[in-house]
Design a protein around this ligand. Structure first.
Ligand code: ATP
Ligand code: MG
Length: 414
């Protein structure tokens, strides 16, 4: 893509109404536009990163047997009354139609919708297990929305729901989802700083597992075991029954029992729960077993916050000049910069013909300004062509200082 056609301007100064580092950088580099506190629009570069993140997750969810759906954002009050969450879900956006006066919910999560759908689909053990997922805008009336993309009032979530005939089947599926999630965070380039963390189950279940990414911007505190890479959320020690079960003598590793844990700030990027029959029971989602006996369907649910991931990646991967994208999610692989108009044209066309994603800075501005923008925007490989490079291409990785000259043939192998 030609940068002259991107139309999005970068900004040198931090936006005044923004406290969080991830939002400051994403706004300055032209990835997002702040609509209001906790609500961001994705501009072309931002959308490319979002799609890359979603594609990595989608592939794994399909490999886990998931069928992709897209449920409605607008939901019924009556379904939220059946689940009992009309009054108890603390950040629920509720509103009444101006015309009909009917009450609605803007979905903060989708158990209240997927379970009635599955009631039409599941009748017998032969229909189980079943797996559905989606990428959807969720709405939550968060009291505090000051962490930029980490905590929004509208945000994209990947939510996945599994339906099982037995708790045993749910248990083994839940364990395989842990592995799938770890693989996802590795692929997203934050595997080193993301920990499988024992956490409370909230209103769903006794406990759950979170995937927590270490960052000072995080709102949670976790205790990490460096030998097994497992962690416990501090909230576990504060919950009396969980403390009795998992942490009687203070923080211990949930995996090996080691006591010497490291305390860190972190942000929850994913959360998996065994919700069992918490929803199937009130909604009457049942199946008949081999003997014709009826049972409640057992459920698991598995979330990942897409906006939050975007923000978390920026929090863990940046320097004082701007963002440093992991290659797997970067909007482009190469940022091609020319010093004089037209110098990069041939290389740009060749790279595009060879199937690479390239942002070509063909703008009529100084080289210094182009370099500053390249650092801010954070594309992994910077390629420079100028009279100085004498037919070769100067290559610099965003996260390294050194520059090297290469022929086009070498660059094709990157
Ligand atoms: P938190 O404790 O941070 O409020 P949660 O536990 O209520 O989050 P879940 O219901 O588990 O969130 O949602 C699944 C995932 O959606 C979370 O792991 C997180 O990545 C993301 N998420 C939740 N709330 C928000 C939000 N307000 N903004 C952005 N992402 C969010
Ligand atoms: Mg959670």
């Amino acid at each position: 893509m030609r940068q002259s056609k991107l139309f999005i301007k970068t900004v040198r100064e931090d936006p005044k109404d923004e406290e969080s580092l991830n939002a400051k950088l994403l706004i300055r580099a032209g990835y997002v536009y702040k609509v209001m506190a906790g609500v961001y629009a994705f501009l072309p570069l931002g959308l490319k990163v979002i799609k890359n993140i979603e594609d990595i997750i989608r592939k794994k969810m399909i490999a886990m047997g998931g069928n992709e759906v897209l449920l409605s954002a607008l939901q019924n009050r009556s379904d939220w009354e059946v689940s009992g969450r009309w009054d108890s879900f603390d950040v629920l956006f509720k509103f009444a139609s101006f015309y009909s006066k009917n009450d609605y919910v803007l979905g903060p999560t989708h158990e209240e919708e997927i379970v009635p759908i599955m009631r039409q689909q599941i009748a017998s053990y032969r229909n189980l297990p079943a797996y559905f997922f989606q990428f959807q805008n969720k709405f939550r009336d968060e009291k505090r929305a000051k962490s930029g993309l980490l905590r929004g009032r509208e945000f994209i979530m990947k939510d996945f729901y599994s339906f099982h005939a037995s708790e045993k089947d749910l248990d083994s599926y839940y364990d395989s989802m842990k592995d799938a999630y770890s693989e996802i965070f590795n692929e997203l380039g934050i595997g080193n700083t993301t920990y499988l963390t024992l956490a409370s189950g909230g209103t769903f279940s006794k406990y759950s597992h979170e995937f927590q990414t270490l960052t000072p911007a995080g709102e949670d505190t976790i205790h990490i075991c460096d030998s097994c890479k497992a962690a416990v959320n501090e909230e576990v020690f504060e919950d009396e029954s969980l403390r009795q079960e998992f942490a009687k003598e203070g923080p211990v590793c949930p995996s090996c029992g080691k006591k010497d844990l490291r305390k860190e700030k972190a942000i929850e990027v994913g959360n998996i729960f065994k919700i069992k029959d918490k929803f199937s029971s009130p909604f009457g989602l049942k199946f008949k077993d081999e003997n014709g006996e009826e049972h409640n369907v057992m459920m698991g649910c598995y979330g990942i916050g897409i906006n939050r991931l975007l923000g978390a990646i920026v929090e863990v991967s940046h320097d004082d000049k701007g963002i440093i994208w992991p290659e797997s999610v970067a909007p482009f692989k190469f940022h091609l910069i020319e010093s004089r108009k037209g110098e990069g044209e041939k290389i740009y066309n060749s790279l595009v013909a060879d199937g690479f994603k390239v942002l070509y800075d063909d703008r009529d501005i100084g080289l210094g300004e182009k370099f500053a923008d390249a650092d801010l925007v954070g594309i992994p490989w910077r390629l420079v062509v100028s009279a100085r490079t004498e037919g070769k291409i100067e290559v610099k990785k965003r996260n390294e200082e050194k520059t090297e000259l290469f022929n086009y043939e070498n660059i094709r192998k990157f």
